[in-house]
Design a protein around this ligand. Structure first.
Ligand code: PEP
Ligand code: MG
Length: 591
């Protein structure tokens, strides 16, 4: 049996077997107190380390492969951060004020800044603590005379407290079999990079640095979310077989990703992609997705400055053109809660998840909203596009948006700017209020998109980013299943399309249930689409309907899970173990 097993959050699926290679394991330099006359030299030492780090990062920017061009901006941001007065300025001041050496001053400054960011409600800003930590680590390496992460010349699994995209790009990508970190969040740039490079990765591996040692043998299971240290021969043989089987299975799914997602008894399902950034369009095309079911438009707003209409227009036009003739559903700005704009953070809302987010923010700040709508309407003359409104809780919100669109139509017409006067308008069903009034909403809009990520949380009253209540996260909760069923029935009755764009659609258990409840359009991260299409082809619509009927009658979540598992096992057999599911995680009540 392995010497130890630790659990983490899988942010990129797959299995890696290899030897640990630590990066950023700086030799702890002695912390020194200074005499006042030594402070200037120590400050100069820190300034020189910063200059050297920035020069090295500049060089890394030149080495970024063309297909990863977007990471140039990420690395450029690290250069800015390294010179940021909050980081460099504070550390320099500490040397003088506290009369401590550069390494000590830097560590103290990084700890203080990270604590500030980690305490923030917004996970996007919380994840920025990781950026500060990694820049701090790099500076420490320069101060201790070990300036570069030692590039492994043999394949290895990277182990670190934290990693930045620059760390990964600086290494020989061919040699990185897997990534394990103690810190990290799923929205961090490193996570996004690991997923796009298809490197199996786990973050939040508590105890990693204590249990792991340089060159110790590791099995990283990015499907089930755990890591084995010093596995025995039996485990190695077992995981090597699983690794090969998984790789073959993935290849098989990918080779068939262009085939339509047609269930074994002929029922047709549309599988679209969820996308956050225009830079990931290639992944959509490769995945076999039939269009984009959810284009999250927030990312253009997160850098700090509000984007100009023409910049948004260019972005939306490129997306619409490259996906045409397939549909792209642009969701209007859903800022707030887990995607707070830097300016919104100043509002210091006591509970942002119940605050000025989504459509509420847009209707409160009409000028920001109008700029986006004008860009979307102008891009709407290209391709096949539709609009989707987030966080709807009232009919009045949809009516207000329609009114604004009419006004903008007149305005754009007067200005002689080509635009689509009436794009299909859908609403996200992601609040209990929207579920309860969905019959009225169906009369006001052209389609529904069920956002299960938020719906599950608002229905069960658990903050999606509060790990203390994550054990309650249960999409098979009868309230969730019945709510989804109601929305689907109402949409069908009203003759409008209903799709599901939350994570539940890419979970095998969730997907089977959704299909059984009558959903015929889903969207998910491109990475999961070949697997989902493959699974759909293996499922039988009648069996899924039976399953959903039984689940609807169940008030026992454990029993519901058992039923889904049994039904899926019948259709997929051993293949079921290749799908990453979070629904099998046992809740506190099931121990
Ligand atoms: C959802 O809530 O399910 C959803 C798809 O939107 P987001 O995850 O962007 O809130
Ligand atoms: Mg949502």
């Amino acid at each position: 049996m392995a010497r130890a097993i630790l659990f983490g959050t899988s942010i990129s699926p797959g299995i890696a077997i290899g030897f640990a290679h630590f990066i950023h394991s700086v030799q702890q330099k002695e912390y020194l107190r200074l005499n006042p006359d030594e402070a200037p030299a120590e400050q100069a030492f820190l300034r020189a380390a910063t200059d050297n780090l920035c020069a090295a990062l500049q060089q890394t920017i030149q080495n970024v492969p063309p297909d990863m061009a977007e990471y140039r901006d990420v690395i450029a941001a690290q250069i800015v951060l390294a010179r940021d007065p909050k980081l460099l300025g504070s550390a320099l001041a500490r040397i003088e004020d506290e009369l401590i050496c550069a390494a000590w001053a830097l560590d103290r400054t990084v700890d203080t800044l990270c604590a500030q960011f980690r305490g923030m409600e917004d996970p996007y800003l919380r994840d920025r603590a990781q950026d500060i930590r990694t820049v701090g680590l790099r500076l420490r390496e320069y101060l201790s005379g070990q300036p570069k992460p030692q590039a492994p010349d043999v394949p290895c699994i990277l182990v670190a407290g934290d990693l930045s995209p620059a760390d990964i790009i600086e290494l020989n990508l061919q040699n990185i079999q897997g990534i394990l970190t103690v810190e990290g969040g799923s929205t961090s740039h490193t996570s996004i990079l690991a997923r796009s490079l298809r490197i199996p990765a786990l973050v939040n591996v508590t105890g990693l640095l204590d249990v792991s040692a340089e060159n110790c043998r590791i099995i990283l299971d990015g499907i089930r979310g755990h890591v084995l240290f010093d596995p025995d021969v039996e485990e190695l043989v077992d995981y090597r077989t699983r690794q090969t089987d998984y790789a073959n299975w993935e290849k098989h799914c990918e080779s068939m990703s262009r085939l339509p997602a047609e269930m074994s008894d002929g029922a047709r399902v549309i599988v679209r992609a969820n996308l956050e950034r225009q830079g990931d369009l290639a992944a959509v095309r490769e995945s076999g997705a039939e269009g984009i079911g959810l284009y999250r438009t927030e990312y253009a707003y997160l850098s700090g400055n509000l984007p100009a209409e023409d910049d948004l227009f260019d972005e939306y036009k490129i997306v619409a053109d490259s996906i045409a003739p397939e549909r792209v559903i642009f969701r209007t700005l859903d800022s707030g809660a887990d995607k707070t704009l830097p300016a919104q953070a100043a509002l210091k809302e006591p509970n942002p998840a119940l605050g000025l987010r989504g459509i509420r923010f847009c209707l409160r700040h009409e000028e920001i909203f109008k700029t986006q709508l004008r860009a979307l309407m102008r891009a709407g003359v290209r391709g096949n596009t539709a609009l989707l409104l987030p966080m709807i809780t009232e009919i009045a919100e949809v009516r207000s948006v329609r009114h604004i669109i009419q006004e903008l139509h007149k305005e754009l017409h007067t200005q002689g700017l080509p635009h689509a006067p009436e794009l299909p308008l859908g609403v996200m069903i992601e609040t209990p209020a929207a579920v309860l009034i969905c019959d009225d909403l169906a009369k006001e809009c052209d389609f529904f998109s069920i956002g299960t990520n938020d719906l599950v949380h608002y229905l069960i009253a658990i903050d999606r980013d509060n790990r203390h209540v994550s054990y309650l996260h249960n999409p098979l909760h009868p309230a969730v299943v019945r709510a989804i069923k109601r929305v689907i029935d109402v949409a069908h009755g009203a003759g409008i399309n209903v799709s599901v764009c939350g994570e539940l659609a890419s979970d095998p258990y969730g997907l089977a249930l959704l299909l059984g409840l009558g959903v015929n359009t889903v969207s998910a991260t491109p990475r999961f689409i070949p697997d989902m299409k493959h699974m759909i082809r293996r499922l039988d619509a009648a069996a899924c309907t039976d399953l959903a009927r039984n689940i609807l009658q169940s008030s026992d979540v454990v029993e519901s899970k058992r039923m889904v598992h049994e039904s899926l096992y019948k259709s997929l057999g051993q293949e079921l173990t290749f799908h990453t599911t979070s629904l099998l995680t046992r809740s506190r009540y099931e121990q």
